[in-house]
Each structure stands twice: as structure tokens, then as C-alpha cells.
Design a protein around this ligand. Structure first.
Ligand code: ADP
Ligand code: MG
Length: 285
């Protein structure tokens, strides 16, 4: 049977905007040893803004933005939303004939009978021959039209105001950041929030492998927490001892896969939940 104090622990959590799916997770939280965090939407706001557009092969900025916005218009990814928002015009989705989203890479779509690719450099470069990589800061979205490189869009995200304090408060844990983004952006965010270990250019499955590697290092009772915004990370949420999702994103798959939900996306709630778990444990023992 479940000790009564576990209900108190769950109640205290929910008053703090932390939903825990069972009393057993309080026990697991009190043995926290590893903390793995996703970057976009977790440590950062996941609210990208278009910074600049660079064009190639006689495409105009307007065309590059239009093709990107059309290609991205069915996607719920934060990158997609920022590009559609910047485009400002109405999108006639009737002219989009085929559409595929490749997780952790980008989009392939047939727009006005032109094949549009829109995604990161590795993705574009594996499909067309003439793409040019830039060393500009930020997250870069590359666009091609009928196999011709059309340009790239530089977008920038912001770190949440509370991420630093949250990471500082968890300095007893072994902390790792995982991201599908490229090295320079990963390093910039990790440095700014005070995380020493970070892995970049990971596909969703690579994130699962990284978590599995850490799980192998665990001693008996130690536990691993994973925190993500739910975009492309439901498999990792399910694999961790405690999968923690951000409630604000509202991805059903994430809420389903998670063991714990932080309703207001404030990472300081991780420490709060561990504190509540420790208190609950003292009362149980
Ligand atoms: P993260 O680990 O930063 O949360 P994802 O796994 O969702 O990111 O995506 C990894 C990378 O794949 C992104 O940084 C981006 O380069 C590319 N990508 C993913 N989805 C899209 C999309 N809809 N449009 C353009 N690029 C995308
Ligand atoms: Mg993500």
C-alpha cells in the first residue's frame, strides 16, 4: 500500500504547479543523481525570432521566406512557428501538395510544384550538392528549391530568465544538456546557463542512446531525470526514471509520456520537487 504521506507530497507538489503521476516518483526523485535537459523550449523559451535572411542563386529574401513559410506551415515545431510568423502574409495551403516532416532535420514539401527543402545543414547537404554552410551565430535554417540552394534564415531563441538559478540550485547533480542544434549554439546556451556537459546535433533516437549510456553508469538506487518540452522528445521522456515535461507546450504525446509535468515551464520547479520528495521521505521513514 502507498503511505499516506505520499498523498501529502503529491498535494504539496500540485500546489506548486508540479503534477506528479504517482507517489512512487517521489521516492525516485529523492534519489536523483543524473539530470538531462533538452535545450529548445526547456532551457530556452522556444520562441525564435528571425534575425536575418541570406540569399543565393538569384533568389530574393521574399522568395526564401515565402518558400520556407509554406514548407513549415503544417509544423508545430518552434522553428516553424517563428518562420510562419515572420512571413506575415496568409498562406494558401491548397498549393502545398506533399509534405513530410523529418524529426530533428526539417521539412520536405511540394509547393507550387517546386520541391522545397527546409532544415539544418546536414539535412540539406545530404540532399543537394550546392548548399553553403555559414558560421553565423544562431540556429540556421537552410532552404533549397528544386535542388538549388536558395539561402538560409538565421533565427534566435532566448534563454529563460530562470534557467541559470535553476541549474545553480541543482549543482549536486550530474547535469547534461542534449540538443539537435549545432555545436556553436549548444555551447553558447550551455556556457550561459552553467552546464559543462553538452551533446549536440543529436537526432531524437540519439537522445535516447545518450540517456541509456548514463543509465548504465547509475548505481543501484540512483535515478536519472530528463526534462524536455515534448517536441520530439517523448521517447526520452519515457526512458528516464522520471520524465519531466513542460506543461505550457501542451503536446499531448509529451504529457502522456511524462511522469511529472511542470505547469508553468519554470525549471526552478525541479529543485522544488526534489525538496518536497526529500521531506516526504523523512516523514515516511
Ligand atoms: P532540439 O534538440 O533543439 O529541441 P529538434 O530535435 O526538434 O531540436 O531539432 C533538431 C534540429 O533539427 C533543429 O535545431 C533544426 O536544425 C532541425 N529541425 C527540426 N525541425 C525542423 C523544422 N520544422 N524546420 C527546420 N529545421 C528543423
Ligand atoms: Mg526539443
Amino acid at each position: 500500500s502507498i503511505p499516506m504521506t505520499y498523498f501529502a507530497g503529491i498535494g504539496a507538489s500540485s500546489k506548486n504547479g508540479i503534477l506528479i503521476k504517482g507517489g512512487n516518483y517521489l521516492e525516485v526523485l529523492s534519489n536523483s543523481k543524473y539530470l538531462v535537459l533538452d535545450k529548445t523550449g526547456t532551457l530556452t523559451k522556444g520562441n525564435f525570432k528571425v534575425n536575418n535572411i541570406k540569399t543565393f542563386n538569384e533568389f530574393s529574401e521574399g522568395e526564401v521566406l515565402k518558400f520556407a513559410a509554406y514548407a513549415e506551415s503544417f509544423s508545430t515545431h518552434p522553428i516553424a512557428k517563428s518562420i510562419v510568423k515572420e512571413f506575415k502574409n496568409e498562406i494558401n495551403q491548397n498549393i502545398i501538395k506533399e509534405y513530410t516532416e523529418i524529426k530533428g532535420k526539417g521539412i520536405k514539401a511540394l509547393v507550387e510544384n517546386k520541391e522545397i527543402l527546409c532544415g539544418n545543414f546536414n539535412f540539406i547537404n545530404s540532399e543537394i550538392k550546392n548548399a553553403k554552410e555559414t558560421s553565423e551565430n544562431g540556429t540556421i535554417v537552410y532552404i533549397s528549391v528544386n535542388n538549388t540552394f536558395a539561402g538560409y534564415i538565421v533565427i534566435k531563441d532566448e534563454i529563460k530568465e530562470t534557467s541559470n538559478e535553476a541549474i545553480e540550485s541543482l549543482n549536486k547533480l550530474d547535469v547534461t544538456m542534449l540538443t539537435g542544434d549545432r555545436k556553436s549554439t549548444a555551447k553558447e546556451v550551455a556556457d550561459k546557463v552553467g552546464i559543462k556537459n553538452y551533446k549536440y546535433e543529436l537526432l531524437p533516437d540519439d537522445k535516447v542512446s545518450e540517456v541509456e549510456k548514463l543509465l548504465l553508469n547509475k548505481e543501484d538506487r540512483e535515478s536519472l531525470l530528463f526534462v524536455g518540452d515534448g517536441i520530439n522528445d517523448a521517447p526520452v521522456l519515457a526512458r528516464a526514471d522520471v520524465g519531466i515535461a513542460m506543461g505550457g507546450v501542451g503536446s499531448d504525446a509529451a504529457i502522456e509520456a511524462a511522469d511529472m509535468i511542470i505547469m508553468d515551464d519554470d525549471l526552478r520547479k525541479i529543485k522544488k520537487s526534489i525538496d518536497i520528495a526529500n521531506k516526504t521521505k523523512k516523514i515516511v521513514n
